[in-house]
Design a protein around this ligand. Structure first.
Ligand code: AVI
Length: 323
């Protein structure tokens, strides 16, 4: 391949990676599936930002309103000299609301897999909150990890907004809550955003918006496989499907093959039947009772709940029972 051709079509770097392994395992499974954590490459993260601004996508707006309205009350749960640890910090927009109200916090540890976002946000936060030690941690927060040594002697408060917990299967949510409890310590508070069960029309519209942004977000997963794993997906021959499964209390997102076709990924041929889908995401919705039961079964005691007026979304404070 000439230098020019190589530049025009970057060498797929991710072959042999965890991404390649997970994609091939998912596309050869029955039913076919892909892990939602792979939505968030640069293009996917940008599309998710667009989703959060959509009229139909209520979670971000509701959660921001709850955090702003109850900032003082929520911040009062943060002990003096505490480190605030945010799981999946992204743009840290929500943490900024808490940090502005929790003047007693001594450190902020944003944990995320995106290095670029972490570095950029950390610089800005240091400028805006000179009193706080900002200690970004680049890691996959869904797996156990070590906290920075600088906060070893500080009390800890966890922050997990966005209802990302809803993208975990219930057993994964339980193990995440357990490892968060072990890491934060007995008596620590976790402030968590949890999306609530509601009218299925509202839910369906939030995940299948009129402008088609969520469809592009879903299809970007195939575009990412094309870019990074030498994939040959024709995006035009797959369609976005999202619906509320009321028996399992979850939104399901799928990509449906419009026809019988073959696709190559990392040199492997994957067959699709017409109408066959790849299950790309679940977004579980909880009632206050069902989330309380999950928390209690995972080593946490529910201590406070704040919701918006329509009770679409909740921010909850849980206290760790310790091991
Ligand atoms: C990140 N997560 C909480 C979003 C959700 O609502 O489940 C991801 C998303 N998928 C489609 N729209 C938004």
């Amino acid at each position: 391949m000439s230098v020019q051709a190589r530049m025009a079509r970057p060498e797929p770097a991710a072959q042999g990676s965890q991404f390649a392994h997970d994609v091939l395992a998912g596309l050869t499974a029955r039913p076919k599936r892909l892990l939602p954590k792979y939505f968030y490459d640069e293009a996917g993260a940008q599309l998710f930002e667009e989703i959060t601004a959509l009229a139909e996508y209520y979670p971000t707006r509701c959660e921001l309103a709850i955090l702003r309205q109850h900032a003082a009350e929520i911040a009062a749960l943060v002990p003096d000299g505490a480190a605030l640890i945010e799981f999946g910090s992204g743009s840290s927009k929500k943490a900024r609301i808490l940090l502005a109200a929790a003047k007693q916090a001594a450190a902020y540890v944003p944990v995320d897999i995106s290095t670029e976002m972490l570095a950029k946000e950390a610089d800005e936060l240091r400028r805006d909150h000179a009193r706080i030690k900002v200690l970004p941690l680049e890691t996959d927060f869904t797996k156990p990890f070590r906290l920075p040594a600088e906060i070893a002697a500080m009390p800890r408060t966890g922050f997990f907004p966005g209802s990302t917990i809803g993208n975990f299967e219930p057993h994964e949510a339980c193990s995440f809550l357990r490892h968060a409890g072990r890491m934060l310590g007995k008596g620590a508070v976790l402030i968590i955003g949890v999306d609530l069960v509601k009218d299925s029309k509202v839910l369906n519209a939030a995940y299948d918006d009129a402008a088609g942004v969520t469809a592009r977000f879903n299809l970007n997963l195939l575009a990412r496989i094309n870019r990074e794993l030498d994939g040959t997906f024709d995006l035009e021959s797959f369609s976005h499907e999202a619906f509320y499964n009321s028996e399992r209390h979850r939104i399901e997102m799928h990509l449906a093959s419009k026809k019988r076709q073959k696709v190559r990924v990392c040199g492997r041929v994957i067959d699709f039947r017409a109408g066959e889908t790849i299950h790309t995401e679940n977004s579980y919705k909880y009632t206050l009772e069902s989330f309380g039961a999950l928390a209690r079964g995972s080593g946490w005691t529910p201590a406070a709940v704040w919701t918006d007026k329509k009770k679409y979304f909740s921010v909850q404070a849980l206290v760790s029972e310790g091991e």
